[in-house]
Design a protein around this ligand. Sequence first.
Ligand code: 5RP
Length: 220
Amino acid sequence: MLYNHLKKSVAHKVLDYITPNSIIGIGTGTTVSYFIQELGSIKKLIKGTVSSSISSTICLNNLGIPVFDLNEVGTLSIYIDSADEVNNNLQMIKGGGEALTKEKILASVSKKFICIVDESKQVNVLGQFPLPVEIIPMASSYIISELNKLGGEAKLRKNVITDNGNLIVDVYNLNITDPLNMEQKINSFPGVVTVGIFAQRKADILLVGTKNGIKTIINN
Ligand code: 5RP
């Protein structure tokens, strides 16, 4: 609630990056829902979207914005999404909204990933936000014990089934000083579908809504 006006301002600013006739990858969450509202105002200028979740698809459908299947379009010129945490290297924790697997697929097939956040999401070291991991249900106790060995405290997210029919484990109190290594390690556990560390495919551009205006950080 506290940061909603900053989310709205950054969701408006990112319209500057949309090129006519493009197909845009769409993330999930409250910041993205503000962006979808903004997109509604320029919907005639774009060809359509590819969505990362059922909830974003519903918002897009309600505004009459076309939603394509990723397999129909292949690659995307741009992907726009938010994050739960982002560090100075534009690596992120994502998945607070459970859509991390499809988000990572869309980020990976996009030429440009623009991350839009309010200033509360910027951190020096990732891990204060519990790290989401999407897992295959039959592997839950094995994976929870492997994740605990990494030094965190892994807990099954209650009453959640992802759009893909899987479970989410949140890992509390991890100090993620080497995000790339941690991403690879957790992804290698059998039964892990995706870990919510976005280090291998980090953002290209970060727009941060602050009390003093929008800050733009470009990945080198
Ligand atoms: C969803 C995500 C979201 O980008 C993240 O949870 C941020 O959400 P919000 O914009 O509501 O703060 O990764 O899986």
